[in-house]
Ligand binder design. Structure first.
Ligand code: NDP
Length: 334
């Protein structure tokens, strides 16, 4: 197997030196184990947090060990009757071309004709579920709500925009970092308005123009200036699902907090953070709803597919810089 280890803990932005490529011969399978040829490996922003030491909701990655994370592939050798050769499985062994372990560490992945297996890492998997949980369970979205989503052209964001509309939002607004992404939001993803946060005008100003009557729900993938702008735009009883703060993941100084916190009091605003691990019980409801929307042609999705397991570190770095539209995945085969 070819795998990538954490060679050093990055300070600020990760670089090629953060990772080490290792080639390893796997031992023969033990009883009850399977060997899986990975087809797609996921790179996700949360992995940046795991490269740091310190308290978080998942343990830090170990130095000089393969990075873990979502991946999907096919069983190529099996000592476990419940997962015969050829079964499609997803798992959390991450950044490697071949994964091996007890059958219980692998979950069967649905193979839908005409739909790539990589969707089980994105729109039909972790990032789709994150969007669903954030809107339904954390922000308690209601029909008629005006919804603002940052990081809107990414994996979670594109899912959240569509799910918000399907759950009855009256207006959905998104922000993203390039003009092409902004155009895609309104033209392909059904957002009613979108803006580029890298334009000269402050986020608060652009949000006010897109939502002149204010917002009810904010799905936060970014933190920082975006969060302050959303607090400023909330109508009474506004609710934010704090999902990510990617604007802060590679900074070396502590972030400045929103300067308008008193509005949270005067407008009865709720800001609520969440991590998906506490909400896995929502997975069946998500699978049911998303399955129906998907089958009815209500959902579109994009994947930015980087070819070749060798390019996994660069794909991760590019993800943090915004090179992706929709879910960023690595196809193991070049
Ligand atoms: P994305 O597909 O959204 O990829 C990351 C995107 O972040 C980039 O494409 C880039 O787009 C944007 N970005 C990078 N830097 C900045 C910045 N300084 N300001 C604003 N946007 C920036 O990743 P995911 O959909 O997988 O994740 C989205 C967010 O959700 C992340 O914050 C992630 O940590 C979080 N998350 C949280 C989970 C939870 O359980 N709470 C689970 C899964 C994800 P652009 O070109 O627009 O800048």
């Amino acid at each position: 197997t070819i795998e990538f280890h954490l060679a050093e803990r990055p300070v600020g932005w990760p670089t090629a030196d953060t990772f080490r490529r290792v080639e390893r011969t796997l031992p023969p399978l033990a009883e009850g184990e399977v060997r899986v040829a990975n087809r797609f490996v996921s790179v996700d922003p949360y992995m940046r947090g795991r490269m740091n030491l310190g308290e978080s909701y998942v343990a830090p990655f170990e130095l000089n060990e393969a990075l873990t994370g979502g991946a999907v592939g096919h069983v190529v050798e099996s000592n476990a009757p419940e997962l015969p050769v050829g079964t499609a499985v997803s798992h959390d062994f991450g950044w490697r071309s071949v994964a091996q372990g007890p059958a219980a560490s692998f979950r069967r992945a649905a193979e839908i004709p005409g739909v790539p297996l990589s969707t089980s890492l994105g729109i039909l998997g972790m990032t789709g579920l994150t969007a669903f949980v954030g809107l339904r369970d954390i922000a308690s979205i209601k029909p008629g709500d005006v919804v603002f989503i940052s990081g809107a052209a990414g994996a979670v964001g594109t899912a959240a925009g569509q799910i918000a509309r399907l759950m009855g939002a009256s207006r959905v607004i998104g922000s993203a970092g390039t003009a092409a992404k902004v155009a895609l939001l309104t033209e392909r993803y059904g957002f009613d308005a979108a803006f580029n946060y890298t334009d000269d005008a402050p986020v608060a100003e652009q949000l006010a123009a897109a939502a002149p009557e204010g917002i009810d729900v904010y799905f936060d993938n970014v933190g920082g200036e975006h969060l302050e702008a959303a607090i400023g735009a909330f109508r009474r009883g506004g609710r934010a699902a704090l999902c990510g703060a990617i604007a802060e993941y590679n900074t070396t100084e502590p972030a400045v907090g929103p300067r308008n916190m008193s509005r949270i009091i005067t407008q009865s605003i709720t800001l609520r953070g969440f991590t998906l691990g506490d909400h896995v019980a929502a997975a069946p409801a998500f699978a049911q709803a998303m399955g129906e929307w998907f089958a009815a042609g209500e959902i579109v999705y994009d994947e930015t597919v980087v070819a070749g397991i060798e390019n996994t570190p660069q794909a991760f770095i590019d993800l943090l810089r915004g090179a992706n539209i929709g879910k960023m995945v690595v196809r193991v085969d070049a």
